[in-house]
Design a protein around this ligand. Structure first.
Ligand SMILES: Nc1ncnc2c1ncn2[C@@H]1O[C@H](COP(=O)(O)OP(=O)(O)OP(=O)(O)O)[C@@H](O)[C@H]1O
Length: 303
């Protein structure tokens, strides 16, 4: 478990992170979302003890990062995929990490296998593709077999196969009972991966909730209906207490009647339907609504 209490970071006049209090729990993938510059990387660096908080604290399984005897066996992280010595082979890179953290050397082959890099273990990372670099970063994070994993933008720049591989890996790690904390700008990907969400804006906590609840609370769901006889349909919907909205494409949107009721009303009134669909709001829409103000603030400040 990762626990943040009143975590704050100021850089001169900029407050990058302000009074963040939340916990990241084991057994689920927790997504970490926020607009550009909202403080995600700064928060992650403080969790790893790479940045010193101006106020507040972070606990990793109840202890500060610097109090952990062999940190890599408690928490593994991928922050900068390219933070690898270019002159060392993939194997040698992992060997240095294992030796300096008292990790059994057999773990090197295990993680190389796990991330699919066994065949290039003796190659230097400077020739690696972006996807291979990410895999080596993930191998480093997994080397100490930690119960907590943290990934900053792990799918950045990856192809669909690489993205799917990382998604399945995260889910598997969480299913093993580990704590998985991951940031991403790809909303559609986050919607498929995360069970729980932490959302920040301008360094402050905006939401700490399940994925389903976040979407339900921050985005609109409605029924879309299309008919060649939409005036009669509209009248029937209004008689039933609905308030259909006419869209420019000729369809009607109804927020206050369920799809089944709209279908029944159409049948009762002999109205032909060309479309009847429940429109599920997306994570992206929910995120945009919630963070709109912080983005606006930045745009105004920029001007
Ligand atoms: N070392 C630093 N010195 C000064 N300001 C910094 C430093 N690191 C971050 N900041 C500022 O703190 C704020 C938060 O930055 P941070 O990189 O944590 O955001 P982020 O959410 O990770 O952004 P992105 O999604 O763009 O990666 C920004 O205003 C940034 O300019």
């Amino acid at each position: 478990m990762i626990e943040l209490a009143g975590l704050t970071k100021r850089y001169g006049r900029t407050t990058a992170v302000q009074d963040l209090t939340f916990s990241v729990r084991p057994g689920v993938v927790t997504g970490f979302l926020g607009p550009n510059g909202s403080g995600k990387s700064t928060t992650m660096r403080m969790i790893l003890g790479l940045d010193h908080p101006s106020a507040g604290q972070v606990r990793i399984d109840g202890r500060r990062y610097h109090q952990l005897a062999d940190p890599l066996t408690h928490i593994g992280a991928l922050l900068e995929a390219k933070a690898v010595h270019p002159g060392r082979t993939a194997y040698h890179h992992l060997l240095c990490l294992a030796q300096s953290n008292d990790i059994p050397l057999r773990r090197i082959d295990d993680v190389l296998d796990l991330v699919g890099l066994a065949g290039v273990a003796k190659k230097r990372p400077k020739g690696f593709s972006l996807g291979m670099g990410q895999r080596l970063g993930i191998a480093s994070a997994l080397l100490g077999d930690p119960r907590i994993l943290m990934f900053d933008e792990p799918v950045n720049g990856l192809d669909p196969e690489g993205i799917q591989w990382i998604r399945n890996l995260m889910k598997r790690l969480a299913a093993e009972g580990r704590t998985v904390f991951v940031s991403s700008h790809l909303m559609s990907e986050m919607a498929l991966t995360a069970d729980h969400l932490i959302v920040i804006g301008q360094g402050r906590l905006l939401a700490d909730t399940s994925m389903a609840r976040f979407i339900e609370e921050n985005a609109r769901t409605f029924v879309r209906v299309r008919s060649p006889d939409h005036e009669r349909l509209r009248a029937a919907l209004e008689r039933a207490g609905g308030r259909p909205r006419q869209c420019p494409d000729g369809s009607l949107e109804i927020e206050d009647l369920p799809a089944a009721r709209v279908g029944e009303l159409a049948a009762e009134n002999d109205v032909v339907l060309h479309e009847l669909s429940h429109q599920q709001a997306s994570l992206e829409e929910a995120f945009m609504r919630l963070t709109h103000e912080s983005v606006e603030y930045h745009a105004r400040a920029g001007r």
